[in-house]
Design a protein around this ligand. Structure first.
Ligand SMILES: NC(=O)c1ccc[n+]([C@@H]2O[C@H](COP(=O)([O-])OP(=O)(O)OC[C@H]3O[C@@H](n4cnc5c(N)ncnc54)[C@H](OP(=O)(O)O)[C@@H]3O)[C@@H](O)[C@H]2O)c1
Length: 221
């Protein structure tokens, strides 16, 4: 989703700074995105890495923080490392990313955080669900504390992104089948629609403190 948003921004004439842990993947992404992109390695779980990533990056009109990787597990079975993994990678990662970016955000800048619809309708994985709810709470808190910087959150349902495409079909397809039955649309979300929602939150000057559920009605059904 991060790459998809970068593409959309460049298509309309913006410049982007993108991050990820793999130098090779970054180079590949920048080769596809062209001259308006700059890639820098970053591990969102490390505050030192985040500080280096943003150092001297210049003024930022927007910040989107979809980069994270974590494990999930049930409340009964997850060990300490698994149970805390989503908070480490996804909650604290985004918290400190905004902190590191703050010197470069101006009064008209916008931040879009990333949660997930398990916040509103958990399906097991208690710590992961709670982490997403915490990110949506953080969105409201930061919208107040950092105003007039706008802070919003994108909370997708299942999106057919690389996260799923990199998993074996034997794992992905049963999840997708189940997801279709759990939504009102009966469809898996696509990256383009999720990116469209993120772009709306970045651009719309009347949006702050809000969470958009890009989930095909999953949280209602
Ligand atoms: N896809 C879904 O169904 C879905 C549903 C609900 C919520 N979400 C949330 O949406 C966000 C993005 O999902 P996605 O589908 O776009 O995932 P994705 O395709 O796996 O992309 C995640 C990106 O994050 C980077 N990354 C992973 N760990 C990182 C770290 N520690 N530091 C910096 N970059 C890191 C990865 O690159 P490297 O590995 O090269 O670092 C990858 O480019 C995640 O927070 C996810 O929880 C996704």
């Amino acid at each position: 989703m991060g790459f998809g948003l970068a593409q959309r921004l460049i298509d309309r004439g913006d410049r982007v700074l993108i991050g990820g842990r793999s130098e090779e993947k970054l180079q590949h992404a920048c080769a596809q995105l062209g001259e308006a992109s700059t890639g820098r390695s970053v591990d969102i779980e490390s505050r030192a890495s985040l500080a280096a990533f943003f150092s001297e990056c210049g003024p930022l009109a927007g910040l989107f923080t979809p980069g994270s990787s974590y494990q999930t597990g049930s409340f009964r079975d997850a060990d300490e490392s698994t149970a805390e993994s989503a908070f480490r990678a996804k909650f604290w990662g985004q918290y400190w990313a905004v902190h590191a970016a703050l010197p470069y955000l101006g009064e008209r800048s916008a931040v879009v955080l990333m949660s997930g619809a398990a916040s509103a309708r958990p399906l097991g994985n208690a710590a992961y669900a709670a982490c997403n709810a915490a990110i949506e709470g953080l969105t409201r808190a930061l919208a107040g504390e950092l105003a007039p910087i706008r802070v919003n959150c994108l909370s997708p349902g299942t999106i057919d992104s690389e996260l799923w495409r990199n998993r074996p079909a034997s794992i992905r397809e049963p999840v997708f089948d189940n997801w279709r039955a759990l939504t009102l649309t009966g469809e898996i979300g696509n990256v383009e629609d999720a990116v469209h929602a993120a772009l709306f939150l970045l651009d719309n000057r009347n949006m702050t403190g809000s969470t958009i559920y890009n989930d095909g009605g999953y949280t209602l059904r």
